[in-house]
Design a protein around this ligand. Structure first.
Ligand SMILES: Cc1ncc(COP(=O)(O)O)c(C=O)c1O
Length: 393
């Protein structure tokens, strides 16, 4: 090939990446097989013991899943990627695959609730200590590292649901432990944490990467050394990505750049319209000048993304009336797809947190998370305005 893939724009990489098993098929090819045959015992032995083996047994690896992994590695600028059965499959593999009893983790306080619960409820059972820090505080991660004991520093940016933004350069500079970013809210074309010196980046690919609400999938990317280690754990963990979901996600990647661009421009228009209302408070969108870390966000993200959070002055009653009044947007607990979704975190995504934990994460009774889809911005703003009017009456 005459074109150097390293010199291509990421939009082009999204179209060309992950095609190693496709032959001359333009669409990704599905290998549903759970198992692959070998000609000789020696060949079977090699397949059983080769890291990343993708034609032995699909818990070890699968060609359709490998194509998705290749595509993500190219978009992240990573040496390698490993896919899992869900975003939480990826999170738990990183945490439990890299940490042992007696180890210490520094984790951001502002996290997706299931990740927070993994740190609070599961890690202690395995003798792993976790210190939570405010990830927006300069130096907070580095200051909490205990030399010789801290093995992992875990961040999420932008964070779910209040969109706090973490300084990736500062995180990448933390020396010693493995640094990890959950970048679910900012897929690889928006943000590339590895380029800031972070060791691993993971995503719930269920969200923007697959992008059509038809895949449940997670993916971790980084150096071959770390991903190979995680592969060894993943084979025993037994939560590999399904080839069907990987197929849908690779197809989703082809349109990822245009989807992300359109969602971000609509999200900025929606967030601006929300800021103008007197019944809406604390509108959080990284692309808005009023976002507390707007400058940082614009330094490390190519746009503000598709997620907005805001609070309703009328509290929980207004919040519930609002999410039940939308007609174009829908009440559902996910993000990054073509449909605009509204979520009430205190009663869904973060329902298992205690009131003081919700408050520490900035989640109030009237907090709403909005995932902006691909509808026309004017229809969407009109729908949200009507629902807000209903919520205040
Ligand atoms: C930031 C973040 N990380 C991880 C996850 C978990 O992903 P999954 O639902 O695919 O397990 C989610 C799910 O919403 C999320 O928002």
């Amino acid at each position: 090939m005459t074109t150097d893939p390293g010199k291509l724009h990421s939009d082009t990489v999204a179209i060309r990446s992950g095609r190693r098993a496709d032959g001359n098929s333009l669409s990704p090819v599905l290998f549903p097989s759970a198992v692959f045959s070998a000609e000789t015992v020696e060949e079977a032995r090699t397949k059983a013991t080769s890291v990343g083996s993708d034609r032995f047994y699909s818990r070890y690896g699968n060609p359709t899943v490998a194509a998705f992994q290749d595509a993500i590695a190219e978009l992240e600028g990573a040496e390698a990627s490993r896919a899992f059965a869900s975003g939480m499959g990826a999170v738990s593999a990183v945490v439990l695959g890299l940490c042992s009893s007696g180890d210490h983790i520094v984790a951001q306080r502002q996290l997706y609730a299931a990740t927070q619960l993994l740190f609070q409820a599961v890690c202690p059972r395995f003798g792993i200590d976790v210190t939570f820090v405010d990830g927006t505080e300069p130096g907070a991660f580095a200051d909490a590292v205990v030399p010789g004991k801290t093995t992992l520093v875990f961040a999420e940016t932008p964070a779910n649901p209040k969109l706090d933004v973490i300084d990736l350069d500062a995180l990448g500079a933390v020396a010693g432990p493995v640094t990890v970013v959950d970048g679910t809210f900012a897929p690889p074309l928006i943000q590339q944490p590895l380029r800031h010196g972070v060791d691993l980046v993971l995503h719930s690919a269920t969200k923007g990467i697959a992008g059509h609400n038809d895949a449940t999938l997670g993916v971790v990317s980084g150096s071959s050394e770390l991903i190979n280690w995680l592969w060894g754990f993943a084979v025993l963990q037994g939560a590999p990505a399904s080839p069907y979901d990987a197929l849908n996600a690779t197809r989703g990647i082809r349109t990822l750049p245009v989807r992300l661009e359109r969602q971000a421009s609509t999200a900025l228009a929606v967030a601006t319209a929300l800021e103008e209302r007197d019944d809406v408070v604390d509108v959080r969108y990284p692309g808005l000048l009023s976002h507390p870390q707007h400058d940082l966000a614009m330094k490390q993200m190519s746009n503000g993304g598709s997620l907005i959070s805001f609070d309703l002055a009328g509290g929980i009653e207004a919040g519930c009336r609002f999410v039940e009044s939308v007609e174009i947007a829908q009440l559902a607990t996910s993000l990054g797809g073509p449909e605009t979704l509204v979520t009430h975190p205190a009663s869904t995504t973060h329902v298992n947190l205690l009131p003081d934990e919700l408050a520490a994460n900035g989640i109030g009774p009237g907090t709403i998370r909005l995932s902006v889809g691909l509808e026309h911005p004017e229809d969407l703003i009109a729908d949200l305005s009507r629902a807000l009017d209903r919520a205040r009456s």
